[in-house]
Design a protein around this ligand. Sequence first.
Ligand SMILES: [Zn+2]
Length: 415
Amino acid sequence: MRTYFLSIGLLIFSLGQVAAQRSCYYTEHMGQQLSNNPSLSVEVDNIENFIQRQLTLATSSRLVGTTTIKIPVVVHILYHLPDENISDEKVYGQIDMLNKCYRRTNADTVNTPAVFKSRAADCEIEFELAISDPLKRSTTGIIHKYTPVSYWQANDQMKFSDQMGDDAWDSRFYLNIWVCNIRKVAGYSSVPGDVAAKDGIVIDYTIFGTNSSSGYELGRTAVHEAGHWLGLRHIWGDADCGDDFVDDTPKQRSYNIGCPTGSRITCNNGPAGDMYTNYMDYSNDACVNLFTEGQKTRMKALFALGGPRYSILSSHGLNAPLNSETPLPDEAPRWLHPQLYPNPATNELILDVAYDIRWVGKTLSVFNANGQLVIQTTIKSKIQKIDIQKLRPGLYIISARKEDDSYIKQKFIKL
Ligand SMILES: [Zn+2]
């Protein structure tokens, strides 16, 4: 049996290899998570051993006792600018594309090279927006939430409300997808086995859904990231002729970009060559069109009894809601910047930072017109009172700064 330990070594070795095209951040993210949390590698090993045991048992459909798996999905749309608040129609388009690719009903499957056609699989996995939330209330499965964060790093902060992101729904029962501005990164998936609060996939808003930016306009990034969420590796195994733990995908030297044609022979994989049309390569959206039977078996193995996705099969997310209470919609805050009032003031000033609770805990300074510090305190609440009774009449400046280099600098007059 292939051991996962070896692959982690190769993975760390390959971290310097930055994805140039699809810019999936899965491998780098996995390396970071493993170095931050040594116990995760044990869990990752356990999952790999579980998958390998399942693969020796039976065919994928027997493994899970059901033909088609339906995965309840919740999409968390985090927007700072209006463009980032993508429409529900965009989400429907993406879900549709996920289903087409995983059921192999998309029209461009005709482009699968003849040599690989017999290995191409209907994965018998489907995705559906949840209609019941974790409290069994009615839901569209789509959350639109304003955030004061203008862009995100691929470091999971978007998965936490106290970081101005949005908390995951119980990931034992839902696939969480966060759609937000992650700039140069197209997307990434959590590492199967990582903590539940981080479980899910993150996709940049520009390439979520179809008809997006050129080259990645067919929603295949979400197909690729869902593949990682379902235990798939990059087809080149994240190493020079690496192993993706799937028997019917050829070894290949590295990732492919653009839209290759003909046979590209690497790692003695002739005559068929690289499977650059596989969703787990980096080729353009219009040029990827298959998962293999081996990849399907690997994905479905996760749903076997005792597997990391087994609990999805008992989700209530697609059952009729039992609770008629409707959650209140998330409202954008009244202010999108700090408010300081009254101004001028006599005894007390109010600093309203409700739009971004990350200000709570930060140091607040008040300077006089000569630049001398006259008050220093900690912001203790979203609506912070500042006692200015002892200040002499005149002009003052209030100032604070937080880690992302955003700052407050406002003048006020003490009467
Ligand atoms: Zn990837």
